[in-house]
Ligand binder design. Structure first.
Ligand code: SF4
Length: 208
C-alpha cells in the first residue's frame, strides 16, 4: 500500500515525537503518560510553542504497530495523543490498537477538524484562530481554555455554553503571559466557580 493510502486510512501517521513523561496540565496532571505528538497543524496560534509541528511533511510516517510497540516499553498505561492538531488525521486504527493493548487513550485537540478515534478522555482546547468543528462539544470531557488576554474569559464562556454539563472546565494561563494574567484568572475562578485553574506544571518541573 502506498504511503498516502496508509496515511488516509490511519495505518501510518506523521510522528513528530513520542516520549514518556508526566502529564503536566489538565485533569490528568501528575499522571505518568506516554505522549504521541503527531505532525501537522493548520490552526496557527500566534503563541504556539510547537510551531515545528505545523508542516506535516517534515515528519516521518510511522506505522501504528510500531508506535504502540514503543509505548509498550514503558510501565505507564496512559497514552496522550497530541500535536500539532491530531484530528487532522484518521485516528481510529491507532486508538483501537492502543486500547486493545490495555492503554487508556486521551486526546488533546483544538477540535478544528472532524472527530475520529476511540478515546477514554477528550480534552478540547479551542483556539480563536480556527473554530472547533461542532461535533466535538458533546464529546469533550474537559474544556481547557488558554488565557492570553482578558477577552479570553468571554471566549471561554462561549465554549462552556456548548459542552456537556459534566465537562470539566479549566482556565490555563498562557505560559509567557502567566505573570500578568494569573491574578485575573484567580479572581475570575473565584467569582465563577464552575471554572478550575490548570497550570502547566511540566514547565515548572522542567520536563517535556
Ligand atoms: S492548535 Fe496547538 S499546535 Fe496548532 S497552532 Fe495552536 S497551539 Fe500550536
Amino acid at each position: 500500500m502506498q504511503e498516502s493510502e496508509l496515511l488516509k486510512q490511519g495505518l501510518a501517521l506523521p510522528l513528530m515525537e513520542a516520549f514518556y513523561t508526566i502529564q503536566g496540565e489538565g485533569r490528568y496532571t501528575g499522571h505518568s503518560a506516554y505522549f504521541i505528538r503527531l505532525g501537522g497543524c493548520d490552526v496557527g496560534c500566534v503563541w504556539c510553542d510547537v510551531k515545528d509541528s505545523w508542516d506535516v511533511s517534515r515528519w516521518p510516517l510511522v506505522r501504528i504497530e510500531d508506535m504502540v510497540e514503543e509505548a509498550l516499553q514503558y510501565p505507564g498505561r496512559l497514552v496522550v495523543i497530541t500535536g500539532g492538531e491530531p484530528l487532522m488525521h484518521e485516528l481510529g486504527p491507532l486508538t483501537k490498537l492502543l486500547r486493545a493493548k490495555g492503554f487508556q487513550v486521551n486526546l488533546e485537540t483544538s477540535g478544528a477538524h472532524p472527530f475520529s478515534g476511540e478515546f477514554d478522555w477528550v480534552c478540547l482546547s479551542p483556539k480563536k484562530f480556527k473554530a472547533p468543528h461542532p461535533d466535538i462539544y458533546q464529546r469533550a470531557n474537559e474544556l481547557k481554555v488558554v488565557v492570553y488576554h482578558r477577552s479570553d474569559f468571554a471566549f471561554a464562556e462561549q465554549h462552556a455554553a456548548r459542552v456537556s454539563e459534566n465537562c470539566v472546565k479549566l482556565l490555563q494561563p498562557e505560559w509567557s503571559k502567566s505573570s500578568e494574567i494569573l491574578e485575573k484568572i484567580i479572581t475570575y475562578a473565584k467569582n465563577h466557580p464552575v471554572w478550575q485553574i490548570s497550570l502547566q506544571t511540566h514547565k515548572f518541573m522542567n520536563i517535556p
